[in-house]
Design a protein around this ligand. Sequence first.
Ligand SMILES: Nc1nc2c([nH]c(=O)n2[C@H]2C[C@H](O)[C@@H](COP(=O)(O)OP(=O)(O)OP(=O)(O)O)O2)c(=O)[nH]1
Length: 134
Amino acid sequence: MTERIVVVGAALLDDGRLLAARRSAPPELAGRWELPGGKVEPGETPEAALVRELREELGVETETGERVPGEWPLRAPYVLKVWTAHLLPGSPAPKPLQDHDELRWLTLAELWDVEWLDQDVPAVQKIEGRLRLP
Ligand SMILES: Nc1nc2c([nH]c(=O)n2[C@H]2C[C@H](O)[C@@H](COP(=O)(O)OP(=O)(O)OP(=O)(O)O)O2)c(=O)[nH]1
């Protein structure tokens, strides 16, 4: 059986808004929006992978919060798991350094204004439920 490879996605939250990132590659994903993140490397915890990926892709310093319950299949052998994350005090603002060509901070009302990757929609719905909590 092929091992599953975990892709960690960040629900990067700031002042009740969620950061969405538009992929610039590969061609079949380019132009669609996703949660920033990437593959967990062997021997790495998902939380550490998330901090590393957000630093590489966005130039930010973050702390990982809670897991958003659920896991969502991507193209085999990948599976998406999501954690909340926050910018640390003094972190630079996110910039699309790698893999993305545009970023947007979405309010709850704007959450569906971008064209999420199909496979990310259930994860974003779960995040939406959390944002609606008082
Ligand atoms: N980061 C991220 N990847 C996603 C999401 N949804 C989705 O299908 N994917 C896919 C795209 C890629 O095939 C794979 C993650 O790859 P990646 O390119 O972001 O990860 P990485 O930085 O570790 O990749 P690499 O270039 O080092 O191989 O998962 C998502 O919300 N976030």
